[in-house]
Ligand binder design. Structure first.
Ligand code: GCB
Length: 614
C-alpha cells in the first residue's frame, strides 16, 4: 500500500513539476523535415480563444499548478455540465485567426502579453496502418498543448516549428486540440525581456495534422559534395524503421539515384556521382537559382522536395559561392507583414512581397533578423535567388550563466538548422545579435558556434557583433571582439550618423581589421518618416536618411575586406521602444519602405549602390 501511495505521490509531483513549467519542452517528437512534402490536413482558420491574464485555467488560487493539469484542456464547458461550477466557455467566447498574432487582430489585445487559450475541433478518420502528428510552425512564446484532454506537451521558443505524435489519442470523428499560449517575456528567456520588436503573441504559423506511414522518412540531407560539381552526398533518418529497410534518393533530371540501407537507429548515408565524365550539376546561384526535384522513397511513401546545390566558403577576407568571389548585397528584415495591419508575416504572399522589394533593391542576400522566420520566407527566397542569413534570438542581454537559457538557445539553433539544412540559399547561421563582450558570453556563444559547426560543417557561422573606436578622436574604427576569432566572419553592426554622431561623421571615419575574415556590416542606417521632408540636417526627414545612406556608402566602399552589407531595415516595423508621436507611433522608422509600402528616398540610394556591385 505504502509503495502504491509513494508511486502515486511521485506521479503527482512529476505532473506538478511539469505543470509548473520547469521544463522547456516535453512530450515532443523530433522535427519532421519538409512539412509541405507530407500528407497534411490543415487546421488553420478561426480558433476559439479565451484571454486568461491570471492563468486561471492552469493555476489554482494558491498559485499551484492544478495537479491533473486539465482545467481548460478538458473543456468542461458550463453548458454541457450545468451542475458543475465552470467559469469559462470556449463556445461563447471570442475567436482568433490562426495563423496570426493576436495583437493586430483585436484592439484590446494590442499590448497584451500573457496567456490566451486556443481551441480547435477537427474531424479525422484515422487509419490503422498510419501514424499521426500535430505540427505547429511556431507559437510565441510558450505553448502547452493537449489533444482530447489526453496528453500535454510543451514547447518553448516563439519562432521554431515543433511536432508531437497523436496516433494513440486520435478518435474517429471529432477531436479537440487546446493550446495554452503564453507570450510573457522572461528575464531568462531567449529572447530576454528587452528587445526592439513587437512581442507578437499567438499561434503565428500554420498548424497541420500530419499523416505518415508506420515507418517514415523523418529527415534527410541532400547536398553537393565539397570539391565536386557532379556528386551528391547525404543521409536519411527514418522513424519507426527496423534495421535493413531501404530508402531510394533520386534526382530524375540529373539521372541520379542512390539506395540507402538504414541501421537500427533508422540512419543511413549515401554518395552518388553523375555517370558521364563531362556531366555536372547546374549549381544554385542568385543569377540561376536552379532547384532539382528530389524524391525520397520507401515502399510506403515518397517525400518530394526541391533542392539546390552550391558551395559557400570564406578564403581570407573574401567570400566565394561555387568558387566565384561574391559580394553580399543585402538588407535586414523582420518577419512583419508588408502592409496593414503590420502583424506577423506568415504566408507565401507576404514573403513574395517582402522579398520582391529586396529584389528591386538589387539584393542577392537578406538577413532574417532576429529569429528564425517562417519557412515560406526561406523557400521563396531560395526560388528567387536570394541568399539568407538565418538567426536565433540571442539578443542583447541574455542570462549567460543560466544552463536553461543556454539549453533554450541551443534548442532553437538545432530546430532552425534542422528545418533549413537542405536550403541552398541559407549560407550563414547566426547565433546572436549585439551581445555585450565578456567571458561568460564568449563561452556561451562559442558553444553555440561549435554546435552549429558540428551539425553543419558546410555553412558559415557568425554573429552580429559591434564596432569600436581605437583612437581618442573616434575616427579609427574596427571590431574588437574575441568572438570574431571563433566565428567564420567579421560581422558587426554600426550606426554612424544615427546613434553615433551626425551623418557627416561617416566621411571622417576609417577602418582597419586585425583579423583576416570577410567583413559584413550586418546593420547600418537611420530613421525617416515617409513623406516628412525638410532640411537634410533634420532627423527623421527622408532627406536626412538619404544623405546618411550616401555618406555610409562612401565609407563602406573604402572599407578593407568588405564582403557584404545588410542595412537596417527593409520596412518600418512595430516596436514598443519607438514612442515619438506623429513620427514613430510605435514604429521603428529605419525602413527604406514605410509600413504602407511607400518607398523613401534612401531606397533608391541603396538600389543604385547595389547596382554597382552586380
Ligand atoms: C540595433 C538592433 C536592432 C534595432 C536597431 C535600431 O542595433 O540590432 O534590433 O532595431 O539597432 O533600430 O536601433
Amino acid at each position: 500500500m505504502k509503495r502504491i501511495l509513494a508511486t502515486i505521490c511521485l506521479l503527482a509531483s512529476a505532473l506538478i513539476a511539469d505543470a509548473a513549467g520547469e521544463k522547456l519542452n516535453y512530450g515532443l517528437t523530433p522535427q519532421i523535415m519538409n512539412i509541405q512534402g507530407r500528407q497534411l490536413t490543415c487546421l488553420d482558420g478561426d480558433w476559439k480563444a479565451i484571454v486568461d491574464q491570471f492563468e486561471n485555467g492552469y493555476y489554482d488560487y494558491r498559485l499551484a499548478p492544478m495537479a491533473d493539469n486539465r482545467a481548460f484542456f478538458a473543456d468542461n464547458s458550463y453548458w454541457r455540465n450545468p451542475k458543475r461550477l465552470v467559469e469559462y466557455d470556449f463556445d461563447t467566447d471570442m475567436s482568433l485567426r490562426v495563423p496570426g498574432d493576436w495583437n493586430t487582430q483585436m484592439e484590446k489585445l494590442y499590448y497584451y502579453e500573457g496567456t490566451i487559450w486556443y481551441r480547435q475541433k477537427f474531424n479525422v478518420e484515422p487509419k490503422p496502418d498510419k501514424r499521426y502528428f500535430l505540427y505547429f510552425g511556431a507559437v510565441n512564446y510558450e505553448a502547452i498543448i493537449s489533444v482530447n484532454a489526453e496528453q500535454s506537451v510543451k514547447h518553448t521558443g516563439g519562432y521554431t516549428p515543433f511536432n508531437f505524435e497523436v496516433t494513440d489519442i486520435l478518435r474517429q470523428g471529432e477531436n479537440t486540440v487546446v493550446v495554452k499560449v503564453d507570450n510573457k517575456r522572461k528575464p531568462e528567456g531567449v529572447p530576454t525581456v528587452n528587445s526592439d520588436w513587437w512581442n507578437y503573441g499567438g499561434i503565428t504559423r500554420n498548424v497541420y495534422l500530419v499523416e505518415t506511414p508506420k515507418a517514415f522518412v523523418r529527415d534527410y540531407s541532400v547536398q553537393l559534395k565539397k570539391g565536386t560539381d557532379n556528386t551528391v552526398e547525404g543521409w536519411v533518418r527514418m522513424d519507426g524503421a527496423t534495421a535493413g529497410q531501404t530508402v531510394t534518393v533520386s534526382i530524375p533530371e540529373a539521372k541520379l539515384s542512390a539506395q540507402v540501407t538504414v541501421d537500427a537507429q533508422g540512419y543511413g548515408s549515401f554518395e552518388v556521382a553523375m555517370k558521364g565524365k563531362k556531366e555536372h550539376l547546374r549549381l544554385w546561384c542568385p543569377e540561376d537559382p536552379k532547384l532539382y526535384d528530389v524524391e525520397i522513397s520507401t515502399a510506403s511513401e515518397t517525400v518530394r522536395d526541391r533542392i539546390g546545390f552550391r558551395t559557400i566558403e570564406a578564403r581570407g577576407n573574401e567570400l566565394y559561392l561555387n568558387g566565384k568571389k561574391i559580394f553580399l548585397s543585402g538588407i535586414c528584415m523582420h518577419e512583419e507583414e508588408p502592409y496593414a495591419p503590420s502583424g506577423r508575416a506568415w504566408s507565401e504572399d507576404h514573403a513574395r512581397t517582402l522579398l520582391g522589394w529586396a529584389k528591386e533593391l538589387n539584393c542577392n542576400f537578406v538577413r532574417l533578423a532576429h529569429y528564425p522566420h517562417n519557412e515560406n520566407m526561406v523557400r521563396v527566397a531560395e526560388e528567387m535567388g536570394i541568399m539568407v542569413w538565418d538567426e536565433i534570438p540571442v539578443y542583447w542581454t541574455i542570462h549567460w550563466t543560466d544552463p536553461d537559457t543556454y539549453a533554450n538557445a541551443e534548442n532553437q539553433l538545432v530546430d532552425m538548422i534542422t528545418r533549413d539544412h537542405n536550403r541552398a540559399n541559407v549560407i550563414i547561421w547566426s547565433v546572436s545579435n549585439e551581445t555585450p563582450r565578456g567571458d561568460e558570453r564568449l563561452a556561451f556563444l562559442t558553444r553555440l558556434i561549435d554546435k552549429a559547426h558540428e551539425m553543419d560543417p558546410t555553412r558559415l557561422v557568425s554573429s552580429a557583433m559591434e564596432k569600436e573606436y581605437v583612437d581618442a578622436q573616434g575616427t579609427h574604427a574596427t571590431c574588437v571582439d574575441d568572438l570574431a576569432k571563433v566565428a567564420d566572419l567579421m560581422s558587426f553592426n554600426q550606426y554612424i550618423g544615427w546613434y553615433d554622431g551626425n551623418k557627416e561623421k561617416a566621411d571622417k571615419v576609417y577602418w582597419t581589421f586585425d583579423i583576416n575574415k570577410p567583413v559584413i556590416i550586418s546593420e547600418w542606417g537611420g530613421g525617416a518618416k515617409f513623406g516628412y521632408h525638410g532640411e537634410s540636417d533634420i532627423r527623421f526627414t527622408e532627406e536626412y536618411q538619404a544623405e546618411l545612406y550616401e555618406a555610409n556608402v562612401r565609407m563602406l566602399d573604402k572599407m578593407p575586406g568588405l564582403a557584404g552589407s545588410t542595412p537596417w531595415i527593409i520596412k518600418d516595423f512595430r516596436s514598443p521602444r519607438r514612442q515619438l508621436k506623429g513620427i514613430q507611433d510605435d514604429f521603428n522608422r529605419k525602413g527604406v519602405i514605410s509600413e504602407k509600402g511607400e518607398k523613401k528616398q534612401a531606397f533608391y540610394i541603396l538600389r543604385d549602390w547595389y547596382a554597382t556591385k552586380k
